[in-house]
Design a protein around this ligand. Structure first.
Ligand code: TMP
Ligand code: ASP
Length: 236
């Protein structure tokens, strides 16, 4: 599949058209950003690691019946995906208190949640991705009630599948962010699933294996991502 017209550059990826109007090529960059791009650094090989990690997660989820945009891995940095019309709502799934939830509610990081928490953020860096509820989403016509229900259903199912898959690899799935899009009348899971968009803690030591290492200047960012990939590739 040939790379066509450059379409869009995000903080961590570039998107290109292909000769097939229903498919895009996503290229994973080495750039790491945090705090809406305020903190920014190039980390050698991060794009390769995230492309490989996301490809494995998408393939597993697809196998389990989750409709995703993933078609196939094309190269070490590129994957072929369905050309979604992205819904500008980030769906956050939380199993354990961390990050902005800990801050907002004054709860200790690591506190377990009695049940899974779903949150929605508007995808808008200039506004710092403000939180939305289902009323905002419908009133602003970001998604229909039916689309939102489908996104919630898929997000919860993805959580169960990822949690089980990672548990077998001694990784605790603390929280993560998903994006969805429209394709041929269906809602598909889009964007990426990687240590950039999830919190992964080592089950034994509690060590952080995700972008919090970059956000919090802990060092060893790509070593941690490589460790996640190594564990995903282990046959279980
Ligand atoms: P938070 O605790 O900062 O709200 O993040 C929750 C999860 O969502 C965490 O796994 C990181 C992920 N996330 C993104 O992928 N992109 C973002 O812009 C933000 C704020 C969080
Ligand atoms: N993705 C956002 C940024 O790059 C925030 C984050 O993940 O911390 O600024």
């Amino acid at each position: 599949m040939q790379k066509g017209e450059f379409l869009y550059e995000g903080k961590a990826k570039r998107v290109y058209r292909t000769e097939d109007p229903t498919c895009y090529i996503v290229e994973y960059k080495d750039t790491a950003t945090a705090f809406d791009g305020l903190k920014k650094e190039d980390l050698a090989n991060k794009g390769v690691l995230n492309n490989n990690i996301a490809a494995l997660f998408f393939a597993m989820l697809q196998n389990e019946g989750i409709p995703t945009h993933f078609v196939k891995k094309l190269s070490e940095r590129e994957m072929l995906v369905r050309a979604l019309q992205i819904i500008p709502v980030e769906v956050i799934v939380r199993n354990i208190v961390a990050g902005s939830l800990a801050k907002r509610l004054g709860l200790p990081e690591g506190a377990p949640l009695k049940s899974t928490v779903l949150e929605f953020n508007l995808k808008n860096d200039a506004l710092h991705d403000p939180m939305l509820n289902q009323y905002h989403i419908q009133a602003l016509e970001l998604a229909t009630a039916r689309e939102l229900a489908r996104m919630e259903e898929l997000a919860l199912r993805v959580n169960e599948l990822l949690r089980g898959f990672l548990e077998k690899r001694d990784i605790i799935l603390v929280d993560f962010k998903l994006e969805f899009g429209r394709f041929g009348g269906e809602i598909l899971l889009g964007d990426e699933i990687s240590p950039d968009t999830c919190r992964f803690w080592d089950a034994g030591s509690g060590e952080k294996l995700d972008k919090d290492r970059f956000r919090r200047d802990l060092g060893g960012v790509t070593d941690a991502y490589a460790e996640v990939l190594r564990r995903l590739l282990e046959v279980k």
